[in-house]
Design a protein around this ligand. Structure first.
Ligand code: NAG
Length: 763
């Protein structure tokens, strides 16, 4: 079609330039996201006290004022706005949708006489200025800008970041700062998660108890929920944004070309609202605003019409505050426990011939969608809204992987991808022990950067309905502004580049180089970002004959790694890492980075390896692990134990089938000890096996049971160390019976339990 043709032509023009930029990536300016094309020149423009801002177009007045704010913040002087173009020393802002064909696109030209910023629209102009803001070097009273011609436009129309203010509340000042940063990195959507079990954060005038009751919780859980017994801080916690504050934030965001999508959760995650208005629940309460994290059985009653009246009234006030064409109405994690036994819900199901509670949830969402649509707005929901049938006009936010997104695309619904494996910024970002407490998963910067939405599908429908990506900032563990910033940045920058920059131009090494430059800007913006992205990382490769090869890596330029294996902290005298280390005994490798001045930098790397008889042995699995937990069979024998950042690529997971692994030691040996780990973490659908058996065989046919265990009491990682009467064996078999279907009343009830296992130690 003509569009693809034009696109191809454009790409042909764009490619050589961008490749030029790539080739000289050494000299790429610290721009994030990387623009489509950058052409450097040798000229320099100086922004000084006499520089004029040319704004002929009234629509750009506010943007010109923003520019002034940025200039002032970086040590420049207030610039005078004019309408006529002077001979030189000016920054001109203009909209020209013919010259700049892409929505939100811009052309920024910097030479010694002037800076010209032309946008397709006002957003484009603003983005040009955000690029400018990343280019200039602050001086005393003036700013130096290196000469460039930059032609730029976004890859995706939807570029979002969320913030959960229910679990922890952040002041308006923080929200504004966040919006500033989102604009700086060319995001155009802020998804504001305003209600949840642990607190209702938006003033709704019609329902004062949402302010006096739902906005408050008695106390807050300390640590992880899986730790037992639970400990609470004993401090009443809460608050909410007044409608006046919300208006102020909405305006603030609009000035920065950011749309705010408010989220009002339904039918689940509703404990706080139910605490205020117990008649909205199936049992009538009493209920309390939740004091810990997770999923709660008490949800809005779907059989009670007053639930819908309440939610419609709430949404009326919400729509009056937020001009966004989209409203997020949640839809995730709604247990059906109460609905199953609620007379009103059952009556509704019968009256409407609904097959089950999923259909009832679908009815709930569709009824709300109808209402929202009748007000000229559209809904967005988490991918659970697919279950039981999608509401006709809904947009799906795919978080439990990409499956929901793919299904919705196939049904021709718009989709926003935010798979938790790559886009959840409440997960740990490194395997270092000193990371602050976070949700269980592991999402390092590189994994965010490397995400490619719908990578396998190239058909037109997929690309057409995939509107963009979003990063999630769930705040269970964001106990302060500084911690929130630490968890969100720089992962949000990786996402920004994924959302904006053309796919062929994305390159992690180039990103890291620019990120190091960007650090100064983030520091200037007083953002407590996580600066550990150059820390040492490692891989462990089991070789034959029980040898373990350890590779240490860092991207830090000009740094060297020194390491020890004797448990001491490395010094400048310790061994220099030049190539892979081969270890043949159980030990802890400690390593440190030393800079050009031979000073240690970064955090101390330490990792224990258990070298045993099965390291490097062949592993045969009877059943295939599920994709999400299938880092390869050898991870069972690589001397490393899976950790509590359960997607650390060590655990092997089985869903809908049993674990049956056979380790072939290559020759008969004496075995006197076995060890392994299984994970029991029900809130993540992870269930230890019903029965675990360890067997040994000399010929691979006749097995003898060495050990059997039927209960795994630890909430979390169950570590088994099993001394056995010495036996000659070449084959070790491990059988774990899967829990199967998750029982009623448990998280994910009715779905498949996950059986996770790591490292089968044979000694
Ligand atoms: C999910 C919940 C969310 C929670 C988060 C923590 C979604 C759509 N729902 O269980 O309320 O804060 O994970 O990672 O993410």
């Amino acid at each position: 079609c003509i569009r693809t043709y034009l696109l191809t032509i454009l790409l042909m023009i764009a490619m050589p330039l961008s490749m030029l930029a790539q080739a000289g990536s050494q000299s790429l300016p610290a721009l994030i996201p990387l623009p489509v094309t950058i052409t450097p020149s040798t000229e320099v423009f100086i922004i000084n006290a006499t520089t004029k801002v040319v704004v002929a177009d009234g629509a750009l007045n506010k943007i010109a004022s923003l520019l002034n704010g940025y200039v002032l913040a970086y040590g420049g002087k207030l610039l005078t706005k004019v309408t006529a173009v002077p001979g030189s020393n000016f920054i001109s802002l203009a909209i020209d949708s013919t010259a700049i064909p892409h929505k939100e696109g811009y052309l920024l030209r910097i030479d010694k006489k002037a800076i010209r910023c032309i946008g397709h629209d006002a957003s484009g102009v603003l983005y040009g200025l955000q690029t400018l803001r990343q280019l200039w070097q602050a001086g005393k009273g003036s700013l130096q800008v290196p000469g460039y011609t930059i032609n730029d436009y976004p890859r995706f129309a939807y570029r979002g970041m969320a913030l959960d203010v229910s679990r922890h509340l952040f002041p308006v000042s923080f929200v504004k700062k966040y919006i500033d940063l989102l604009a700086l990195y060319k995001f155009n959507t802020f998804h504001w998660h305003l209600t949840d079990d642990q607190g209702w954060r938006i003033e709704i005038k019609k329902y004062p108890r949402l302010q006096s009751v739902a906005a408050w919780r008695k106390e807050t859980l300390i640590g992880h929920k899986k730790e037992w017994p639970h400990r609470f801080d004993g401090k009443r916690y809460g608050g909410f944004y007044t409608q006046q504050q919300i208006k102020e934030v909405v305006q603030y965001a609009a000035d920065r070309k950011i749309t705010i999508i408010p989220e009002i959760e339904m039918p689940g995650h509703a404990s706080a609202a139910l605490a205020a208005y117990p008649a909205l629940g199936c049992t009538g309460g009493p209920y309390a605003t939740a004091t810990y994290w997770g999923v709660f059985d008490d949800v809005y009653c779907a059989g009670n019409d007053s639930t819908f009246v309440f939610l419609q009234n709430v949404l009326d006030e919400v729509m009056a505050l937020f001009p966004s064409p989209y409203l997020h109405i949640g839809g995730d994690e709604c247990p059906k426990t109460r609905w199953k036994v609620c007379a009103k819900c059952q009556q509704r199901e019968q009256a409407l011939h609904l097959t089950d509670e999923h259909a009832l949830q679908s009815y709930f969402i569709q009824r709300m969608e109808q209402y929202v649509n009748s007000k000229g707005r559209q809904i967005i929901g988490w991918d659970e809204i697919l279950e039981g049938g999608l509401a006709p006009n809904a947009t799906v936010m795919s978080w439990r992987g990409e499956a929901g997104g793919k299904t919705a695309v196939a049904q021709h619904h718009p989709v926003i991808m935010t798979p938790e494996t790559n886009c959840y910024f409440d997960y740990y970002q490194s395997l270092y022990n000193e990371e602050p407490l976070a949700a269980g998963g592991f999402t390092p910067l590189q994994k965010v950067y490397g995400y490619e939405p719908l990578s396998e599908s190239t058909d037109e429908a997929s690309t057409k309905y995939l509107t963009g990506v979003e990063g999630q900032a769930w705040s269970e563990y964001y106990t302060s502004e500084a911690l929130a910033a630490y968890m969100i940045f720089p992962r949000a920058l990786a996402l920004a580049e994924l959302a904006w920059t053309p796919k062929p131009q994305r390159n992690y090494d180039s990103f890291l180089k620019r990120l190091r430059g960007e650090g100064a800007l983030l520091t200037h913006e007083k953002i407590n970002y996580d600066a550990h992205f150059d820390d040492i990382s490692f891989t462990a490769v089991p070789l034959q004959n029980n040898v373990l090869q350890i590779n240490l890596q860092t991207a830090a330029p000009g740094s060297e790694i020194r390491f020890t294996r004797d448990n001491t902290v490395p010094t400048i005298q310790s061994a220099l890492y030049t190539s892979a280390i081969e270890i043949t005994n159980t030990c802890t490798v400690k390593a440190l980075l030393f800079n050009r001045q031979q000073q240690p930098t970064g955090r101390l790397f330490q990792q224990s390896f258990r070298v045993h008889k099965a390291v490097g042995a062949a592993v045969h699995l009877q059943n295939k692990p599920i994709d999400r937990f299938n880092p390869g069979n050898t991870t069972l024998v690589n001397g490393l134990f899976g950790g509590n950042r359960y997607n650390d690529n060590q655990w092997l997971g089985f869903s809908g089938n049993d674990l049956q692994a056979v380790i072939d030691l290559g020759r008969a040996q004496t075995v006197q000890r076995l060890a392994l780990e299984v994970l029991n973490y029900h809130w993540q659908r992870m269930w230890a096996p019903v029965t675990l058996q360890l067997l040994a065989s000399i010929d691979g046919t006749h097995y003898k049971e060495l050990y059997r265990q039927d209960s795994f009491p630890v909430n979390g990682i169950n570590k088994l160390e099993v001394p056995v009467t010495p036996v000659r064996a070449q084959y070790i078999k491990v059988i774990g019976t899967n829990k199967g279907e998750i029982p009623a009343g448990e998280y994910g009830a009715g779905g498949n339990a996950l059986l996770l296992i790591d490292e089968i130690v044979v000694e």
